[in-house]
Design a protein around this ligand. Structure first.
Ligand SMILES: Nc1nc2c(ncn2[C@@H]2O[C@H](COP(=O)(O)OP(=O)(O)O)[C@@H](O)[C@H]2O)c(=O)[nH]1
Ligand SMILES: [Mg+2]
Length: 322
């Protein structure tokens, strides 16, 4: 129910099966912390539906169910999964295996479970990409013993590639003390699920939903529309026909060096707000622009600031990726 009720887009999407993003690894590896960090960042623009089962936390990330599952330590789960791997692994579209690089005493155990997981995938004849998170690569740590950590991780990579003998394995270094490592790893991983354009579209839809706006368009300098969504045809027509004017107005302001408050242009026409805002992405010269149409609400003038940064971060990662 969570997708396109309010937002109609051109292509009608078939009702998809819910696929899983499975977080697994030894208990204590940092899975819950990573998921919480993701919820903080991503789910500002995603629908959060936390549910707590006996051994699973799940939430929805861009339409995918994210679930966590501890290996090791908790014997009862271990036994049930060995007996019934399908129950845990079926429909896994993406696996994320978290390894705590700070706990050298459990590295061997962790690798052994990883190979177990690979074996189960093979038994079930599924081939989800496995993304290994070398986790707890804290910035402080990296600064102090960078060389050792790098060496350790290189060795682990080599050993995993050789032993697992699995085609789709990718590696990431993450730390909850550098949330960007988690967001950017996750954006790259999500790009395996969705083609870039679709991921941009999804992200825009989630953001629009969060803003509760009538319409939202992301364009580049040349008015190329990267993604958009609208509540109805009227909003679509109205908003689309203002693009050129806002771009021109923005150029004029820039040329005349008129300071724009918070670098955005707001036009109010009776009960509606038009908001035009540049999206400046670090490392990318050309700006993108966001155009929003929203019903006027005097108590909610600053609606745009709340989630904008989160949106920009994710948008940048998607745009940047190849
Ligand atoms: N230093 C450090 N500790 C972390 C990091 N992520 C999680 N932890 C800690 O590791 C412990 C276990 O984390 P948790 O998320 O519960 O692990 P889980 O059992 O895999 O879900 C907790 O004390 C966390 O605070 C990290 O990036 N760096
Ligand atoms: Mg946990």
């Amino acid at each position: 129910m969570e997708d396109s009720i309010l937002f109609f887009h051109e292509e009608v999407q078939p009702k998809e099966k819910i696929y899983k993003i499975l977080f697994t690894g030894l208990d204590g590896a940092g899975k819950t912390s990573i998921i919480l960090a993701l919820q903080r960042e991503f789910s500002k623009i995603a629908v959060t539906e936390p549910t707590r089962g006996a051994n699973r936390t799940t939430f929805k990330l861009l339409g995918r169910e994210v679930s966590e599952w501890d290996l090791g330590g908790q014997k009862s789960y271990l036994i049930s999964y060995l007996k019934n791997p399908g129950k845990y692994f079926d429909d896994t579209e993406i696996a994320i295996y978290v390894i705590d690089i700070l706990d050298s005493s459990r590295i061997i155990e962790s690798l052994s479970y990883l190979y177990d997981v690979v074996e189960k995938f093979e038994e079930l004849k599924i081939e989800p990409p496995i993304n290994i998170f070398f986790h707890k690569c804290d910035p402080k740590l990296i600064n102090s013993i960078e060389k050792e950590i790098e060496k350790q991780i290189d060795e682990l990579k080599k050993e995993i590639i050789e032993t697992a003998n699995y085609e789709k394995i990718h590696f990431f270094c993450t730390s909850i003390y550098d949330p960007y490592t988690i967001i950017s790893s996750m954006s790259q991983i999500l790009l395996e699920l969705y083609p870039k354009s679709q991921l941009i579209q999804k992200t825009i839809e989630e953001f629009a939903k969060k803003l509760d706006c009538e319409g939202l368009i992301i364009i580049d300098k040349n008015s190329i529309i990267l993604g958009s969504c609208f509540k109805d045809d009227e909003s679509k027509k109205l908003l689309s026909s203002t693009i050129a004017y806002f771009l021109t107005l923005n150029d004029i302001f820039l040329e005349m060096e008129i300071e724009q408050q918070e670098d955005q242009i707001i036009v109010r026409k009776s009960e509606k707000y038009f908001l035009f805002k540049p999206i400046l992405l670090k490392e990318i010269d050309l700006p993108y622009y966001m155009l929003v149409l929203k019903k006027h609400n005097p108590f909610d003038i600053y609606f745009i600031n709340k989630d904008f940064t989160a949106f920009v971060n994710i948008f940048r990662d998607i745009i940047k990726s190849q």
